[in-house]
Write a protein that binds this ligand. Structure first.
Ligand code: NAI
Ligand code: MG
Length: 492
């Protein structure tokens, strides 16, 4: 075994099996697929490849848990188990971070300091939410008593992407369980390891068998089977906008509730009264955090013309220091793209940017780290980008920034909103009126003022326009997994 594979085998006691009904098992077909370390190209582990029969078993196991101990459990008891999962995530944080780094190409410092603690926060927040799910008493006309009960949806399917494997899983699993549902989690085929680790932790925390089933597999097979399953009441999905549309079409036959968190092409505006140093730092972390593989990535930097030269100078000076490196080295700040498909995609867009007349300021090519087998890419910045160019319109999902000049506030807002997406936006200014006017005018589910990429388990998150619908996090994130029953009593 390679050192990578040995480490993965040590960190994941259950191996790469499916978690169904509280037991670890092979796929019904017996098939497996390799999961890789994108920083080295090594195979980490062979993973059981779930498909329709396994999904069906997982849905049945989830149903049995709902009809059994899970459905009978009090909200307070559910909350205690969720709290324990959060605690165990923190207790095993170093190992969870290493697994996430090995499988996703993220620097170990980020997984240790940001992603695993945030995932634990999500469980702790939702642990408290379980006992705050309340109905209401409604003053209806006539001699009747009318009240509402908020109930779980039933079995819900959770389909997550590879860019934040553990955190995305946490943001769906925790509120779904707080609300009393049982779930089938389908991790992305590129990054199944931390979802499986979460399954181990959930069992250790005392979650009854079948409440959380984890079935790795591919989108068009396992994912599609979950979407089409008549026993699944809802699908919560994060991923590409086109996949979201496919899911809507495939779910139509079964009348499921959907919540879709899709792509983005988020504008990050710097006005001429901004703190330039802060804005330069913010512009870079907005696009290069997690190698640009972030749905909210600030991939369009809209700079007011009068400050473009000093701002770009500072951005380039900082970008020169951002060098991809060994993902397990605590000093590394820029990791490896998660798959070879991503490298090919970034390569294609860089070529398109050049062809359509954008000026490449820096990067634009692979970076070599170690023996050169990893998926590393240099931070890339295009200047002179027009908002109608392909690189300004389509989600690249990599470390590629497009700089677009704008004349003034109104022009900035117009260009910012001239996109099919609406996930997030940033604005840098010292003018409090402009900042809040922008917050109202920007068509996006999240707006950051003099900041970027902030998240909290308590704050709602989701898209406008083609970036999807439904909200995650906060109590809005719990509501997504509930339905309301209206009860009438005759008092006459
Ligand atoms: P994807 O949207 O195809 O995959 C995300 C998840 O959906 C995975 O778990 C996958 O197995 C599942 N899936 C795929 N097809 C499905 C289907 N027909 N039914 C049910 N589930 C299905 O994203 P992919 O192909 O991994 O990445 C391609 C591009 O998508 C990226 O380059 C990026 O631009 C974008 N993307 C955006 C994300 C975001 O959060 N905005 C997250 C992941 C990808
Ligand atoms: Mg895909």
């Amino acid at each position: 075994m390679t050192p990578d594979a040995t480490m993965a085998a040590t960190l994941l006691a259950s191996g790469g099996k499916l978690l169904i009904g509280g037991a670890w098992r092979d796929a019904a077909s017996g098939k497996t697929f390799p999961t890789l370390n994108p920083a080295t190209g090594e195979t980490l582990l062979d993973i059981a490849e779930g498909d329709a029969p396994d999904i069906d078993d997982a849905v049945r196991a989830a149903r049995a848990a709902l009809d059994g101990p899970w459905g009978a459990m009090s909200a307070a008891e559910r909350g205690k188990i969720l709290w324990k999962i959060g605690d165990l995530l923190l207790q095993h944080a170093a190992d969870a971070a290493r697994l996430e780094t090995l499988n996703g190409g993220k620097p170990i410092t980020e997984t240790t300091r940001i992603e695993v603690p945030l995932a634990a926060d999500v469980f702790h927040y939702n642990a408290g939410a379980a006992t705050k799910i309340e109905g209401s008493t409604i003053p209806v006309s006539g001699s009747y008593f009318n009240y509402t009960i908020r109930e779980p949806l039933g079995v819900v399917g959770l389909i997550v992407p590879w860019n934040f494997p553990l955190l995305m899983a946490a943001r769906k699993v925790a509120p779904a369980l707080a609300a009393g549902n049982a779930v089938v989690l389908k991790p992305a085929e590129e990054t199944p390891l931390t979802a499986l680790r979460l399954g181990e932790i959930a069992l250790e925390a005392g979650l009854p068998p079948g409440v959380l089933n984890v079935v790795p597999g591919f989108g068009p097979t396992a994912g599609a089977a979950l979407v089409a399953h008549s026993g699944v009441a809802a699908i919560a999905f994060t991923g590409e906008t086109s996949t979201g549309r496919t899911i809507m079409a495939n779910a139509a036959g079964t009348t499921k509730k959907l919540s879709l968190e899709l792509g983005g092409k988020s504008p990050n505006i710097v006005l001429d009264d901004a703190d330039i140093d802060l804005a330069a730092r913010g512009a870079l972390s907005a696009i290069f955090y997690n190698k640009g593989e972030v749905c909210t990535a600030g991939s369009r930097l809209l700079i007011q013309k009068s400050i473009r030269e000093p701002l770009i100078e500072k951005i380039l000076a900082r970008a020169a220091k951002m060098v991809p490196g060994d993902t397990l080295d605590p000093k590394t700040r820029l990791g490896a793209l998660t798959s070879q498909d991503q490298v090919a995609k970034v390569e294609r867009y860089v070529a398109l940017g050049k062809k359509e007349g954008a000026r490449l300021l820096v990067g634009g090519e692979r970076a070599t780290v170690g023996d050169g087998r990893g998926n590393f890419w240099k931070p890339t910045i295009f200047d002179g980008v027009r908002n109608d160019m392909t690189i300004a319109r389509e989600e690249i999902f990599g470390p590629v920034l497009s700089v677009i000049d704008v004349d003034d506030f109104d022009h900035a807002i117009a260009i910012a909103n001239e996109t099919t997406y609406g996930l997030a936006a940033g604005i840098w200014t010292r003018d409090i009126k402009k900042a809040h006017r922008a917050a109202r005018a920007l068509q996006a589910g999240t707006v950051w003022i003099n900041a970027y990429n902030l998240y909290d388990a308590a704050s709602p998150y989701g898209g406008y326009k083609a970036s999807g619908f439904g909200r995650e996090s906060g109590m809005a994130g719990v509501d997504a997994y509930l339905q309301t029953k209206s009860v009438w009593v005759d008092l006459s």
